[in-house]
Design a protein around this ligand. Structure first.
Ligand SMILES: *Cc1c(COP(=O)(O)O)cnc(C)c1O
Length: 233
């Protein structure tokens, strides 16, 4: 591990401070926004740091990496998949993760449904929506979201908690702000159309978490601001 627990604690206190300030500014309660510690590329000690601090969930973007780390991780910690998932790994992912945030097609939703059924569990999911219309990002296009939601809601082993997005890379903070506002609008429209709460809005990372909280994020996914920069891979 590149950093000590004490260094991690200082960094995490600072991120919490940013989150709390953003909540105060937006007139929201601090309890409305959770912090997902993104442990990808870091050794399993990162998950132990998160747990010791009091965080209860971590995010990973590769199935194989999480499969190796989770058995060595703290008991009780929730593991969430935030990276792109191929249907051929859905069976493994459905058993391994407590929630999959990157569901962006009916094909993948069906593969996860079958995997969850095999494991005898109900799998929580988020639908990833490309709310920034970024050609470089995965995620269902906003126009496809109603069909994808209708399909996911009809599956008996999936539970749709809400939506996830990643803002396009840009030097202009208005781009991220618009993306987050758009995801909230899409959520509000889908919730009304289908009569489901879709409570979770997973949006915001190290560089844009305050903007996301101002636009209604209920979960920020933070890696480098907690654990330092990741090695290239
Ligand atoms: C890596 C990653 C994050 C965390 O990014 P940081 O900039 O390190 O905070 C958040 N969300 C997703 C989907 C990621 O892949």
């Amino acid at each position: 591990m590149q950093i000590t627990y004490d260094q991690f604690k200082v960094a995490t206190d600072a991120v919490k401070g940013q989150m709390d300030a953003a909540c105060a500014k937006a007139g929201r309660a601090e309890s409305e926004v959770s912090l997902l510690a993104v442990t990808k590329t870091h050794p399993v000690e990162a998950a132990h740091y998160a747990w010791r601090y009091g965080l209860r969930s971590v995010g990973e973007n590769r199935v194989q990496e999480a499969a190796e780390k989770r058995p060595e991780g703290p008991d009780g910690l929730r593991w969430e998949l935030i990276g792109h998932l191929q249907s051929n790994k859905a069976k493994l992912a459905a058993g391994l993760f407590d929630r999959v945030q990157s569901v962006d097609s009916e094909k993948l939703a069906l593969a996860l449904e079958r995997g969850a059924a095999l494991h005898g569990k109900t799998l929580a999911i988020l639908l990833q929506v490309n709310a920034g219309n970024d050609p470089a990002k995965f995620g269902a296009e906003p126009a496809e979201a109603p069909r994808l939601l209708e399909f996911a809601l009809s599956q008996s082993h999936l539970k749709v908690d809400g939506l996830m997005t990643i803002a396009p890379l840009s030097d202009d903070s208005a781009v991220a702000q618009r993306t987050f506002a758009r995801l909230r609008e899409i959520r509000d429209a889908l919730a009304a159309q289908f009569g489901v709460p879709l409570h979770e809005l997973s949006m915001g990372m190290s560089g844009d978490l305050a903007l996301a909280i101002a636009e209604g994020s209920t979960q920020v996914r933070v890696g480098s601001a907690l654990f330092g920069s990741r090695p290239a891979r």
